[in-house]
Design a protein around this ligand. Structure first.
Ligand SMILES: Cc1cc2nc3c(=O)[nH]c(=O)nc-3n(C[C@H](O)[C@H](O)[C@H](O)COP(=O)(O)OP(=O)(O)OC[C@H]3O[C@@H](n4cnc5c(N)ncnc54)[C@H](O)[C@@H]3O)c2cc1C
Length: 558
């Protein structure tokens, strides 16, 4: 079956952008195979069936028109046809290793490095790019583009700092995307080098279990059977979608497609006001785009304390982001001029918002695709929607571990890496447990938000005897020099245990400031330990000192 280019308005030509698959790739219905840049914006070309890519009929940079045949798919279920695609496969090669890791994201590659440094013979398998979601379509690319957004905002507000910029400030999105890709490439190459330097065998291909001790790896050219003493599953997560009518429309993008979008829309609707949705909301707003966020819950970023949510909502609204909460998207339609009409139900009844493109940011699900997990005996917990593990990161099968997003415990890169290190310790026979009581959580909104430990709302809900201190960035000299006086820091102290158990920061440098409080919480420190520490002046870190003072004497600059 052939996948053709969908309708390009005015029968104009489009240019093929990034092709996401290779010949032989296994794809699922709805997977984005490539992006095509048209005068009306980027159009994803999606698989309309599950199957195997038999041939790629276009090249990146080539021109296509409506109905140009772009890909040939074969049925995945037809073993004959799979054999046809794999006809160049060499005979199965057999290998042995001590530790086999499936997936080279921040969970898998960090575990590989940690094990190799302890002289374990490690083999890591990756079906796409090294670095996983984080480096390729997650943490790093978003932050690179967010920086472009902040530069744009700085240019627009430069006059406030006495700097005159002559001429119009425009966004060169293809250049920003290229810069993002360059940053990503440098980091991906860096991982390649690190793996080589540490004598880690890296195999490219799709891994699936044959038994609890053996894994088959299929690449375009060869098939391998690898047996291992221990195995770590680090296959991450994939974009989740909601069964909303119209979610397949070409102008509806997911976060991955959005990161390669090179056409600046004049308006954007974001479904989902969670971390990914709000990072894109501030990013595109900083580019000057009209942004609407439609969120099902009664607040955006509902994982944070109520006062943090209120503060960021006010800041977002002041910045011109339209926020619709308690709003359920019911359908998406395409207008005759190719715009997206997002319909939603809210307390104000049926409403709609029209925009050039839509970002669907409704979360990610554990990725066990292709793994044939049942052949390993490992249990996937349907309730927790991840591979079930204990605090040692062990699955129900003694020598198989799972780490990172595939466990669906906390979908954060630093958690995946830490879990990877804990798994390696246990493989080495050292009894180490994961401790989640001081995991920092950051949103790269504008300003940033960060929290760690137990928040005020959760502590009150649990009936913990707490004292809370708060200090506003408006009282911090450095924040004022930066014109970034919005936001506050809040510390939560457990009065019975006499230590700080949680913190929230919304304001400049929140992503870095949270590290200091994380060290304090992780080590059971209290406000006196912080107060007796000298913080450099003038820095935003002084808010931590002030908030600690506020738990005792009282903040000096409030
Ligand atoms: C837009 C976005 C922004 C984000 N921003 C942040 C952030 O700022 N901070 C943060 O902490 N987190 C962020 N995250 C989340 C973060 O990217 C993930 O938590 C992290 O990447 C999880 O790491 P992992 O190693 O578990 O999985 P992944 O990074 O998903 O890596 C899994 C790897 O396994 C490979 N794989 C899967 N199946 C197979 C198979 N069968 N055979 C071989 N290889 C396989 C995949 O190709 C992939 O490379 C963001 C995510 C997104 C989508």
């Amino acid at each position: 079956m052939f996948i053709k280019m969908s309708m390009i308005p005015g029968n104009k030509e489009g240019i093929v952008g990034k092709i996401n698959i290779k010949e032989g790739s296994i794809v699922k219905k709805g997977d984005v195979l490539a992006q095509v840049e048209t005068a009306k914006g980027n159009r994803p070309v999606k698989a309309n069936e599950d199957g195997i890519v038999a041939s790629i009929l276009v090249e990146e940079g080539s021109k296509v028109k409506t109905n140009t045949m772009m890909f040939e798919l074969m049925e995945e279920s037809s073993t004959e046809k799979i054999d046809e695609v794999n006809k160049e496969l060499k005979k199965s090669i057999k290998k042995e290793t001590d530790l086999l890791i499936i997936g080279a994201g921040p969970g898998g590659y960090v575990a590989a490095l940690a094990a190799a440094k302890r002289h374990v013979k490690v083999t890591i398998i990756e079906k796409e790019e090294l670095g996983g979601t984080c480096l390729n379509v997650g943490c790093i690319p978003t932050k690179a583009l967010i920086k472009s957004g902040e530069v744009c905002h700085s240019a627009r507000t430069a006059y406030q700092f006495g700097i005159k910029l002559d001429g119009e400030i425009t966004v060169d999105l293809p250049k920003a995307v290229k810069r993002k890709d360059d940053v990503k490439k440098r980091l991906v190459n860096g991982i390649d080098m690190l793996l080589a330097k540490n004598n880690i065998t890296c195999i490219r291909g799709v891994a699936s279990f044959v038994s609890d001790k053996e894994v088959k790896v299929v690449s375009n050219k060869e098939e391998m059977l690898i047996s291992a003493k221990d195995i770590i599953i680090a296959t991450g997560s994939k974009v989740a979608t909601l069964p909303i009518p119209g979610i397949d429309l070409p102008m509806v993008l997911d976060s991955t497609a959005m990161l390669s979008n090179t056409t600046l829309p004049s308006s954007l609707t974001i479904i989902g006001g969670g971390v990914i949705g709000m990072e894109f909301a501030f990013l595109y707003r900083n580019f000057g785009v009209d942004v609407h966020v439609v969120e099902y819950m009664d607040t955006i970023l509902s994982m944070f304390d109520t006062d943090v949510c209120q503060e960021i909502t006010e800041i977002a609204q002041e910045a011109g982001i339209h926020i619709h909460t308690s709003a359920k998207v019911t359908k998406i339609q395409q207008s005759i001029d190719g715009k997206a009409i997002v319909n939603f139900e809210s307390k104000n009844g049926e409403q709609l918002v029209i925009s050039d493109i839509v970002l669907s940011a409704v979360g990610r699900t554990a990725n066990i695709e292709h793994l044939d997990l049942e052949k390993s005996g490992v249990i996937f917990d349907d309730k927790k929607r991840g591979i079930a593990v204990d605090h040692h990161m062990k699955t129900n099968v003694k020598h198989i571990y799972a780490i990172g997003d595939v466990t669906n415990i906390m979908q954060l890169a630093h958690v995946a890496s830490h879990q990877g290190m804990i798994a390696v310790e246990n493989i080495l026979g050292n009894d180490k447990e994961m401790d989640y009581h001081a995991v920092p959580n950051v949103v790269f909104s504008y300003p940033e938000i960060a929290s760690v430990g137990i928040g005020e709302d959760e502590a009150r809900h649990k009936g913990i005897n707490i004292k809370v201190s708060k200090f506003a960035f408006a009282g911090n000299g450095k924040a004022l020099t930066m014109n970034e006086e919005k936001g506050f820091i809040k510390l939560v102290k457990d009065l019975d245990k006499n230590n700080i158990i949680g913190a929230s920061i919304i304001g400049p440098d929140a992503s870095s400031l949270i590290a200091t409080v994380t060290v304090a919480i992780n080590n059971g420190l209290n406000e006196e330990d912080i107060v007796k520490t000298i913080f450099a002046h003038p820095t935003t870190s002084e808010v931590i000192h002030e908030a600690a003072l506020d738990l005792g004497l009282g903040a000096l600059h409030a």
